[in-house]
Design a protein around this ligand. Structure first.
Ligand SMILES: NC(=O)c1ccc[n+]([C@@H]2O[C@H](COP(=O)([O-])OP(=O)(O)OC[C@H]3O[C@@H](n4cnc5c(N)ncnc54)[C@H](OP(=O)(O)O)[C@@H]3O)[C@@H](O)[C@H]2O)c1
Length: 359
């Protein structure tokens, strides 16, 4: 096998987008997946080599045998899939990238920092739209500044949906996120899910409502800023008051492992219709407030959020292949700074700067 970048889940929405972006960078991906026919059809369309592996354990065994330089894991939920793949990568000196965007997966990834550092391995987690778009704005706003008191990040994705099923990877990740969390006094603390709604006016003049939903963005924004209080919100949080009222009961139910697995399997099979992108741009947004009252607001503007996910993972894979990483566990902007998002086609708009503090 000649190509050095492997994409696990190569037939999925994210896997295909990552591989297509790698091809645009002049890099050949090895698409790894469970279904040889679908892998072959995908490779015919977007390029790349194929490696059928009937399970993730089989894929991990192949990593140990064939030692790719970089592995991009797009098979969620990452709390379940990352440990064995990261271990296999570490054993043979492969760098690892995944698209995790939930709190438990990022916490588990950060736990691996010392082992990765000692092994000289780079692990990049959160290499998708949500974490990268919001974290990048926070890093940009906090550059050369002391730690702020408070940060709120909002993600406003715009994604075209193809017809098909949602799939267990995506649904499993979503159901695993239904537990309210925020950073209070520097610690991860319980919070009301879908709370703190804010009506945002986007830089293009359109309006959306975002509400809190704990995600990898929360932890990445906390690490990037060092703020004592952090909240992460999204325009994907349901705005209906009925759903908000039902949320505590739903969260409690989803903490039961067997029930969550059952719901994941059922919802994963529900067919979704093809849908156009609801707006021209996706946005990452952050408001950062310092103890003296100064606050800064910034936006990251990009196109389709799924395309951006592919671009971010592919660009990170390219850089790791070129030896530009460093050992340890990082989120994208923590490793490569705020310019990474720009090199993936996004642009910053820093709109607000106010308060009573010195500038
Ligand atoms: N950070 C971000 O902003 C961001 C952005 C996009 C996606 N994501 C995350 O990325 C993950 C994938 O999303 P997606 O939309 O690409 O999902 P998807 O289209 O359903 O693709 C998932 C892929 O994983 C494979 N897969 C699923 N379960 C597997 C298992 N048990 N063993 C081996 N392979 C398995 C599927 O293979 P089969 O075809 O054989 O089933 C498919 O190729 C989700 O967790 C999602 O939350 C994060």
């Amino acid at each position: 096998m000649s190509a050095q970048i492997w994409v696990l889940g190569g037939t999925g929405r994210s896997g295909r987008t990552v591989a297509a972006r790698l091809a645009r960078l002049g890099l050949t991906a090895v698409l790894v997946g469970r279904d040889a026919n679908r892998l072959h059809a995908t490779a015919q369309r977007i390029g790349g080599e194929t490696l059928p592996a009937p399970s993730l354990a089989a894929a991990a065994a192949e990593i140990r045998r064939q030692r790719p330089a970089v592995v991009v894991n797009t098979v969620g939920p990452f709390t379940a899939t990352a440990p064995a793949v990261v271990d296999a990568c570490r054993a043979v000196g492969s760098h690892y990238i995944d698209l995790a965007n939930d709190v438990p997966a990022l916490l588990a990834a950060y736990e691996m920092h010392d082992a990765a550092t000692q092994a000289g391995q780079t692990v990049v987690t959160g290499a998708g739209f949500g974490v990268t778009a919001t974290e990048s704005v926070v890093v940009k706003l906090c550059e050369n500044r002391p730690s702020p008191l408070r940060v709120r990040v909002d993600m406003v994705p715009s994604i075209a949906m193809e017809e098909g099923t949602a799939g267990e990877a995506l649904i499993g990740t979503l159901l695993g996120s239904l537990d309210g969390r925020r950073i209070t006094d520097g610690r991860l603390a319980p919070a009301r899910l879908f709370g703190d709604p804010v009506r945002l006016t986007l830089p293009d003049g359109s309006r959306v409502t975002t509400a809190s939903m704990p995600s990898g963005e929360l932890l990445a924004a906390h690490r990037a800023s060092g703020a004592r209080h952090v909240l992460s919100a999204t325009s994907e949080a349901p705005s209906s008051s009925l759903i908000r009222a039902m949320t505590p009961a739903l969260s409690a139910l989803m903490r039961r492992e067997r029930l969550r697995s059952f719901a994941t399997r059922r919802l994963a099979r529900v067919r979704v219709r093809a849908k156009e992108r609801p707006r021209d741009h996706s946005w990452g947004h952050a408001v950062v407030t310092w103890a003296d009252g100064e606050n800064r607001e910034g936006w990251l503007r990009l196109g389709d959020a799924q395309e951006f996910t592919g671009a971010v993972s592919a660009e990170i894979a390219r850089r790791l292949l070129a030896g530009e990483g460093r050992p340890g566990v990082y989120t994208p902007a923590a490793l490569f700074g705020p310019t990474l998002a720009e090199s993936c086609g996004a642009a910053y708009l820093l709109t607000g700067r106010g308060g009573s503090g010195k500038r």
